[in-house]
Design a protein around this ligand. Structure first.
Ligand code: F6R
Length: 274
């Protein structure tokens, strides 16, 4: 796991967007897993800028979103489908048929969830999954106690998540209590995972997730078991990490950027005269 601490939200967002853009350039038909919430907005703004100013091409990209509130249609302004259109899709050249967001109005939920998993497989699996983290340690809507092998399904949101997300609604009573969410296992199948976290209110959970034990009580902690995870943290979110100086040191001494060690002096080997 690589932990990259940045001074500002904008710096954090730019680096995460650069990692996504590098994949899109190297593999134009890549499959991206996307997240909603406040944190990834800066990443999406930077991707939109790269599309506009640098011609970053999304025409062959396929996307799968992590989750959707159950009970909200895609046309509802607080639905995650709506959010993604507003914050990203309507600003880039991705064809609509390559975009997947779980349905918030599926009647046969089990059938829908199996179909969603099947579509991910048919697309060749997720190359890079972007995730945020909830204050209760969730990734997607895998609330505490979710199986670390879970697949796409319906989950009941915790009171904390409902209250945190009330800021997007006119009243807390309007926040849906359920969501259709990719499982922890679905996320762990992605070939690369990028986590973004911002702000002081994430500092405690970031310590639990990145330096604490792997536990279903903090589902983000399972990322410690994935071979290719980069966590981009704004400095306040990273402020309680015990080893933050080491993470900084690793970032500053990335292989390929190091100053070459001086060549060893060539000294004649003494002959063994025995
Ligand atoms: C959103 C999602 C959630 C959020 C998390 C953090 O698709 O899956 O796990 O990433 O709740 O939300 P923010 O970024 O609003 O703090």
């Amino acid at each position: 796991m690589e932990i990259v601490i940045q001074p500002t939200y904008e710096d954090m967002s730019r680096l995460a967007a650069q990692q996504i853009a590098t994949l899109v350039r190297n593999k134009p038909s890549c499959v991206l897993g996307l997240a909603t919430g406040s944190t990834p907005i800066g990443v999406y703004q930077e991707l939109i800028r790269m599309h506009r100013d640098e011609g970053l091409d999304f025409s062959k990209v396929t996307t799968f979103n992590l989750d959707e509130y159950y009970g909200l249609a895609a046309t509802h302004p607080q639905s995650y489908s709506y959010f993604m259109n507003e914050e990203l899709f309507s600003h880039i050249n991705i064809p609509a048929e390559q975009i997947h967001v779980p349905s918030g109005v599926a009647t046969d939920i089990d059938a829908f969830c199996s179909w969603y998993e099947g579509e991910i497989l048919k697309a060749g699996g997720i190359d890079l999954q972007l995730v945020g983290i909830g204050r209760d340690g969730h990734i997607a809507f895998n609330e505490p106690g979710s199986s670390l092998q879970s697949r796409t399904r319906m989950k009941t949101l915790t009171r904390e998540t409902v209250e945190d997300n009330a800021r997007f609604f006119s009243d807390v009573s309007e926040v849906p209590r359920y969501a259709i969410t990719m499982g922890v296992g679905t996320i762990m199948d992605a070939r690369e995972i990028v986590m973004v976290a911002n702000g002081k209110n994430k500092a405690s959970v970031i310590v639990e997730a990145l330096e604490g034990p792997v536990t279903s009580q903090v589902t983000a902690s399972v990322l410690q078991m994935h071979p290719h995870v980069v966590c981009y943290l704004e400095k306040q979110a990273a402020s309680k990490l015990t080893n933050r100086e080491y993470y900084q040191w690793v970032f500053e001494n990335k292989p390929g950027t190091e100053v070459p060690a001086p060549a060893p002096k060539t000294t004649r080997k003494k002959k063994n005269r025995r």
